[in-house]
Design a protein. Structure first.
Length: 317
């Protein structure tokens, strides 16, 4: 008799690839506040999600009647909640965190999403045991501690109190996005007749509608910018809306359909890795030894978690 490892369920590796793609696009979000430092969190969120809503509305228009016919009142309420948790609230908190705590520290804390989602997903039907994913989670936690230690080494330009508020906003963003990730995955499972891409576009339309409320508030105290500043802001908002919100969310929703929640949560690590890489490029430097070690540990943690979700060995005659 010979032992062999069963292949993963069909599409599992495609799910991993989609998770990596989403992380690469979402990592750009951490740079947007640095590109437009004078924009308030409310204005940043309003600009990005108005653009997201407009693009999503154009793309989903040909299928609007068919898609909305499949949605119940509960599904519409879920879209509103997901729009707040995963988009408006999360992004506003992220902007404050990047401004006051820095890209590295914010990426570190938000990078704890895999840990929160994996622990949350342990109660899902068919989830692997905590014992099997514990090694991967432990490496991710150690990696984030190393990055946090390095980020707190004195590069910050703000007072300790301001930095603490920024870190608190990063933690709130972590909790907001973790709740979104779990709830979004569950709703995708409840609506098999709605594709992952269309669900993302519907979320975009709802988010765009909600962002109009933010826009009204911003109009009471608009920034006094030159034409060039407004052009930069519009360009950044459109790029983030299309790259992160349209394409990135489509990748993520596809991954949500192909992977269990405990494995899906680990894919957020790639958002952190790409955010750190983009930050290093922006600062025109390479990672320090501690940062380099942290990156290696984070990748190792994902690999271990992927292996934990592989099917057990089967015996063949």
């Amino acid at each position: 008799m010979t032992a062999s490892r069963d292949r993963w369920p069909e599409g599992r590796w495609l799910g991993v690839a989609c998770g990596v793609g989403a992380g690469a696009l979402w990592g750009m979000v951490f740079l947007a506040p640095r590109a437009t430092p004078d924009a308030s969190p409310a204005l940043m969120a309003a600009g990005r999600y108005l653009a997201y809503g407009l693009i999503a509305a154009v793309l989903v228009a040909p299928r609007w009647r068919r898609l909305t016919a499949a949605l119940t009142a509960d599904a519409w309420r879920a879209l509103v909640l997901l729009s707040v948790l995963g988009n408006l609230l999360y992004y506003a908190l992220l902007v404050v965190a990047v401004h006051w705590a820095g890209v590295s520290a914010t990426a570190l804390i938000v990078g704890m999403v895999p840990v929160v989602v994996a622990l949350w997903g342990l109660r899902e039907p068919g989830a692997v045991s905590l014992r099997r994913i514990a090694p991967g989670l432990a490496l991710a936690v150690v990696a984030m501690i190393l990055i946090g230690h390095e980020a707190g080494g004195g590069r910050g330009a703000h007072s300790p109190g301001t930095t603490a508020v920024g870190l608190a906003c990063a933690v709130a963003a972590l909790l907001s996005w973790s709740a979104y990730a779990v709830s979004n995955s569950r709703w995708l499972g409840r609506l098999p007749e709605v594709s992952a891409h269309d669900w993302s576009l519907l979320t975009g339309v709802v988010t765009g509608g909600l962002s109009l409320l933010l826009s009204i508030g911003v109009l009471f105290d608009p920034p006094r910018w030159a034409v060039g500043d407004w052009s930069l802001f519009v360009g950044v908002s459109a790029a983030v809306a299309f790259g992160a919100s349209i394409v990135g969310n489509a990748f993520w929703n596809r991954a949500s359909r192909l992977m269990p929640v405990t494995l899906l949560g680990q894919m957020i690590v790639f958002e952190t890795l790409f955010a750190l890489a983009y930050g290093f490029l922006l600062e025109r430097r390479g990672p320090t030894p501690l940062e380099g070690l942290a990156v290696v540990l984070m990748i190792a943690g994902v690999v271990l978690c992927v292996r934990a979700h592989a099917p057990p060995k089967a015996v063949e005659k």
